[in-house]
Design a protein around this ligand. Sequence first.
Ligand code: GLC
Length: 544
Amino acid sequence: MTSEWWRSAVIYQIYPRSFGDASGDGVGDLPGITRRLASLSELGVDVVWLSPFMTSPQKDAGYDVADYCDVDPLFGTLDDFDTMLARAHELGLRVIVDLVPNHSSDQHVWFQEALAADPGSRARSRYMFRDGKGDDGSEPPNNWQSIFGGPAWKRVTESDGSPGQWYLHLFDESQPDFDWASEDVQEEFRRILRFWLDRGVDGFRVDVAHGLVKHDELPDYTPPEDADSMGGIEPVPYWGQEGVHEVYRDWRKLLESYDGERVLCAEAWMPTVDEIALWVRPDEMHQAFNFEYVMSEWDPAVLRRVITESLRAFHGVGAPATWVLSNHDVIRHATRLSLASDFPQGHGIGPNSPGRPDQAAGLRRARAATAVMLALPGSAYLYQGEELGLPEVIDLPDEARQDPTWFRLEGERYGRDGCRVPIPWESDQPAYGFSETGESWLPQPDDWAAFARDQQIGRDGSTLEFYRRLLRLRRELGVATSDLEWIEGLPEHTLAFRAGDVAVIANFGQDPVALPEDAEVLIASGALDDGRIPYDTTAWVRGV
Ligand code: GLC
């Protein structure tokens, strides 16, 4: 890739806890990533994005950062990071790191300082400290609820022992929200960006990029009952406030002062693509995750609408569209696509959830969905393990669960642990090659040997080989850099479009779709039925 690589890159998300564990303590680490990087260039991705590995008490799996410019000992050292980065670059892979600017850990030195300081002090001004309501300030400043469940405010005890102010935590109470009106906060994040850019990273995935700025008046807000994991229908007083965009305009300038093309990708979990596109206007970020696509059910009409709207919205501001089916916050798509469409994504599924997903149907659909996604114009995100066809792990024992949402709601929601289980590499090794000692911070299912990479590499028809071939064809045929053109006239239960000279046809119905005699099938997500595309199958075809 030459210029503007981010317009069509395939970005592979590494969840460091669960990728490779070199130390043997059961939690993945940076050396564990380094030694497995070659497998990702063999897979054919362009970029890796690492979820947080910075110093953290790990209350939210590292999304609670105590020191933004150091590596948590759990994951290694800064030297290990530099080695990993150098190895990735040597292999031709770019590296994006996760930046968490909405909140820090309560163990961050600034928050500890703020707790010890007086109300109204500069130390307190870096976080959202407010007086409580009522005569004695014993009620929270407003009614906001945490995304992980329960109240979003916690009262502190002042240094003289009296009940004191409240601080806002949109997530766990160990994750206090920064106050982005503070110059100190703004300057500190410029320093953090420079720290990683100077080390050579190619960009940042920006966590909760829609949340930094809150409505001035902190008005009460109750999300609708059926809200998804991030909650809310517009306008939400803590998401997408106008002022948040100034932050990214500032960061964009900072990134542009560096050589190479360094990028910003927004996790802005807004309800529509038009709102998400506000983050990728020309002077802001480069990419934003397309959450409407993640949330779309397996239905040709829905997908056609969302794809059309996404292209219109992102291209309308000059940005590439992005596509994603799985990440560390949602149910893996090999399971999700066999569930009812309104399944609560980030809330997870577990042993007592209604209905058991059909694994075979889920995997068939997942492969078909991936073959659609990787043909769409723009950039695509993959989540570690999807190339192995991994399903969501449903039967985790209660005592193994670690997602804060599980604890905050006392088990009412299972949370996201089921998509975070360490991935299998070698079928006959301890912890399937994840860790030499056999340790694994979340237990791996007994039947995962069959998903291990060594069982799939070089095996015709395996999900891994299917991904490798798709990625190769995507690059060779330039599908992601071509304009999409819908193909009309096929049965209603199909989704069909042209990407360059490739026709992509997905069949959602029971009746197989016939192809012209001389059509050349480049790849199909499942076996063809007498030359026809069977249901829940996608084919890339030439000559249609
Ligand atoms: C983002 C992350 C999620 C984390 C939350 C709070 O949504 O993807 O894993 O829990 O932010 O930082």
